[in-house]
Design a protein around this ligand. Structure first.
Ligand code: PHE
Ligand code: ZN
Length: 889
């Protein structure tokens, strides 16, 4: 148990460190029980500092020796810090020796063991769990690292940068020495010592420079590394092409590890990845997994510039690297997708993620600005807000200055700040300065409210057509609800991309009063006041406004579009995002009416006909159709309500699914037949979309069959499950059976487990599928409890814990929110159990209760009680304490 120190850290308290560490030589004698670390630092006093006391951070360390310029000195350890006073005036060598215990490190922060190897994770504050250091990102040092370990057990010894020496040692040991020429903060340090194999490839970059790319995995996994390698090669090429940024190292390594708290980590030259984001072949990984690997490999690679070459001054600036790098990986995947339609599919996917995770966060007790003001545990701020809303903020900058203008801004950013640790202000300033005439430059200070104000702004839109004058007046207004600690908000700068669609389906030319000519049929308005009007002239027919195209700002749009308007947009909008959005809103309107009304949903002909037209549409891509035909999720529906009854939402949504299954039966059959795979597996957007539509169709067909007790489609699904040539189809068929509560689900699940029992990532899918099955009479919850004692289950492996516990609590509202409160009791027990093992993971799970205040009774009182029970526990980590305290505030 790591008991908290409970000190709130505030952004306004930032002060430069009293000392700089310019270089460091680390030597590791690696042993799972007790690893010896020798740490020799070149330290320099910061002449501007107000104190001369040196305080080095350390956690769970055993300190053996402290030498200054080779002499022992007096020191003390206080509040997890090594404190040194009376130090030499300018620069000196500080040598420390300490030990740590990698095998006892279940938090997976610092140096730990996994499957018999050594791995590190240092972001945000793991380095202090390896040795005493100024563990803060504005202290950048050049690292030289020597690793010593048993040669047979740990044949591969890796660290950042270049390998400069290696060789045998006595007693069956060997060593390797690495040097990283780039000064870096401690959070980017990494080492690996393990029995691994690697796929490697030499590439010649556009610059002409040769690089060695390596992907390290366990011996049995080499056949699952091709996609990651391809993704890495594509990433290198993309960053050169789009931003002129090349790889600055001779060697770039990716290492996969099966125990990892997050997705992956961008350590300089030595990225360490959760196996989930490396390993894939058609038999074990789905299309979604392949897409995840592409974007995470890209993400970590892009950090080499946005994060590593230019890093964060302090952790409040986290979005400087994360928001920007998420934006970059999203753009990368869109560019790789190619066609406008495939790009839109990726955009829709990203917006769905934002709405599913970030919008609720911004409306709940953990709401915080993209650049937070304070924290108790920094690990709690690796959030959807910092990452995904942060990416939207960068995207809005690009929208305001244009693609080329944004690329110019990036160039200026690196010209100014390469090698520095900087702030979000520095980034925004560079983008604005490179585009002096832009709306961003004119309104920069106001634009930066996106960094300082939390909450999702609401934009209300009202249009008025004047047939006589041929004018269309658009009134836009904004307001942002209060969030914890911020009761009043100032107006944001909101880019609103729009088009006007004529009732005859034509895009109308957009000319504002006072302009001499129309500026095309799509443009970006900038809403920066609380309310503004825009008057368009020469509008020959009454239009339907298509607002916020491509989701041009992370806001909630409140417009007055009728069903007829939405049907027009669904059929004719030139913007695929808004076309999809119109379909979702049509579904949502029906769902919400039934949920708020008598709980009965009777599907109307207009909606069914519109959906039929989408399925049968000759020009739309299968991927896009699948997105339109997937109903909004239960938690997204919940976000639209003042008071939430999860059981009622589930019942209404299930009833709508069932009606769609019946009403469009012929269409589902047709779609299932005509989109079958031809030929071998490839995870490209077109075949991915076809498979997704086939799986959705099969799910609806099984659902309809279950109700009528006809075994045909479940039988076909079982057959498909057995014979599938790839994991996407196999899992699709299996989940169709599970989702329809078919009798064939149980034997299929059993067979699936038997086939893949040795593939950890597939076993995760097996758990997750059962934990997210549509609840029916409490069976799913009961099954999850049984699965907790399955021999393959363990809370110690984060992927496994997430596959069952997180999946239930976050992704299965109807199984989790029970009138008997058993779900909440289960949650509280797991949070406490996990907190003793891995506080970061426990705190993530704790957030399943974020939105408890929105719940109807009896859920609400029971939820509060469960949270209070956790909060009352004496020895909580800072991580969990921060979450439950905020939840109860
Ligand atoms: N910096 C990592 C990323 O987003 C995420 C991460 C944070 C990983 C903290 C581990 C620990 O790429
Ligand atoms: Zn990142």
């Amino acid at each position: 148990m790591r008991e908290g120190t409970a000190t709130v850290i505030r952004r306004e308290d930032y002060a430069a460190p009293a000392y700089w560490i310019r270089s460091v030589e680390l030597t590791f004698d690696l042993d799972p029980v007790k690893t010896l670390v020798t740490n020799r630092m070149q330290v320099e006093r910061n002449p501007h500092a107000t104190t001369q006391t040196l305080r080095l951070d350390g956690e769970d360390l055993n300190l053996l020796r402290v030498l200054v310029n080779g002499e022992s000195v007096s020191f003390r350890v206080e509040n997890q810090q090594l404190v040194l006073e009376n130090l030499p005036a300018e620069s000196f060598t500080l040598e420390l020796r300490n030990t740590c215990s990698p095998e006892k490190n279940t938090q997976l922060s610092g140096l730990y063991t996994s499957s018999g190897g050594f791995f590190t994770q240092c972001e945000a504050q793991g380095f202090r769990r390896i040795t005493y250091f100024l563990d803060r990102p504005d202290v950048m040092a050049v690292y030289t690292v020597t690793l010593k370990a048993d040669r047979a057990k740990y044949p591969v010894l890796l660290s950042n940068g270049n390998l400069v020496e290696q060789g045998p040692l006595d007693n069956g040991k060997h060593y390797a020495k690495w040097h990283d020429p780039f000064p870096k903060p401690s959070y980017l340090f990494a080492l690996v010592a393990a029995k691994l194999v690697c796929r490697e490839q030499k590439i010649r970059a556009a610059s002409g420079r040769e690089h060695l790319l390596q992907v390290y995995v366990r011996a049995g996994d080499l056949d699952k590394t091709e996609h990651a390698m391809h993704s890495l090669i594509a990433s290198v090429a993309w960053d050169e092409r789009r931003f002129g940024l090349s790889l600055d190292l001779d060697r770039f390594m990716i290492v996969a590890v099966s125990d990892f708290n997050m997705g992956a980590m961008e350590n300089k030259g030595l990225n360490i990845f959760n196996t989930k984001y490396v390993l894939a072949n058609p038999a074990t990984a789905t299309d979604v997994d392949h897409a995840g690997i592409e974007s995470v490999v890209g993400h970590e690679y892009f950090h080499n510039w946005t994060g590593n070459r230019v890093t964060c001054r302090d952790w409040f600036q986290l979005s400087l690297k994360e928001g920007l790098t998420v934006f970059r990986d999203q753009e990368f995947s869109q560019d790789l997708a190619g066609t406008p339609s495939a790009r839109a599919v990726k955009r829709i996917d990203d917006v769905r993620t934002l709405r599913q995770h970030q919008f609720p966060e911004d409306a709940g007790p953990m709401a915080h600005p993209v650049r937070p003001d304070s924290y108790l545990a920094i690990d709690n701020f690796y959030t959807a807000t910092v990452y995904d809303k942060g990416a939207e903020v960068v995207r809005m900058m690009q929208t305001l200055v244009g693609r080329d203008g944004f690329a110019r801004g990036m160039t200026l950013y690196f010209e100014r700040h390469d090698g520095q640790a900087v702030t979000c202000d520095d980034f925004a300033q560079a983008i604005a300065d490179a585009n002096p005439g832009s709306a961003l430059a004119h309104k920069l200070e106001q634009f930066k409210r996106w960094y300082s104000q939390a909450g999702t702004p609401r934009v209300a839109a009202r249009g008025l057509y004047n047939a006589e004058m041929r004018t269309y007046t658009l009134e836009l207004s904004q307001h942002c609800p209060p969030t914890p600690g911020q009761s009043e908000k100032q107006p944001f700068v909101i880019p609103v991309a729009l088009g006007l669609v004529g009732r005859n389906a034509q895009p109308l030319p957009l000319q504002l009063v006072g302009e001499n000519a129309p500026a095309g049929t799509e443009r970006v308005l900038v809403l920066s006041e609380a309310a503004q009007r825009f008057e368009f002239t020469g509008i020959e027919v009454e239009p339907v406004p298509s607002l916020l195209r491509g989701f041009s700002a992370p806001v909630i749009l409140e417009d007055t579009l009728s069903d007829a308007d939405l049907l027009t947009l669904l059929a004719h909008d030139a913007d695929p995002f808004n076309r999809w959005e119109a379909g979702q809103r049509l579904a949502l309107n029906r769902l919400l009416a039934a949920i708020k009304g008598d709980g009965v949903l009777q599907l109307d002909g207009a909606y069914v006909d519109a959906m039929r037209a989408v399925i049968r549409h000759p020009a739309l891509d299968a991927a896009f159709k699948e997105l339109v035909l997937t109903l909004p999720g239960e938690s997204y529906i919940a976000e639209q309500l003042e008071e939430v009854d999860p059981q009622r939402i589930h019942a209404v949504r299930e009833s709508m699914r069932l009606q769609l299954a019946h009403a469009l039966h012929a269409e589902w059959e047709w779609a299932y037949e005509v989109h079958q795979d031809q030929g071998g597996y490839s995870p490209d957007p077109v075949s991915t979309g076809r498979r997704a539509l086939v799986s959705l169709s099969l799910a609806y067909l099984c659902l309809a069959a279950a109700e009528k007790q006809v075994p045909l489609w479940p039988g076909k699904a079982y057959q498909r499950f057995k014979d599938a040539g790839n994991m996407t189809d196999r899992l699709g068929a299996l989940s169709a059976l599970v989702g329809a509560h078919s009798e064939l689900a149980a034997p299929a699940l059993e067979r699936f487990h038997a086939m893949f029992r040795d593939e950890a990532l597939v076993v995760d899918k097996w758990f997750a599928l059962q934990a997210t099955a549509p609840e029916k009479g409490g069976r799913v919850f009961a099954r999850v409890k049984t699965l907790m004692s399955h021999p393959d289950f363990s809370l110690r492996n984060p992927n496994r814990a997430r596959s069952l516990v997180t999946a239930l609590c976050f992704s299965n509202p109807a199984a989790f929110h029970r009138t008997d409160a058993a779900g909440y009791v289960f949650w509280a027990e797991r949070v406490l159990e996990l907190d003793a093992i891995n506080p970061q993971l426990a705190a993530r799970l704790a957030r399943a209760m974020d939105r408890w205040k929105q719940l109807a009774e009896p859920y609400r009182s029971a939820a509060r009680e469960a949270i209070a029970r956790v909060a009352a526990k004496g020895e909580l980590s800072d991580d969990v304490r921060e979450i439950v305290t905020r939840a109860l505030a």
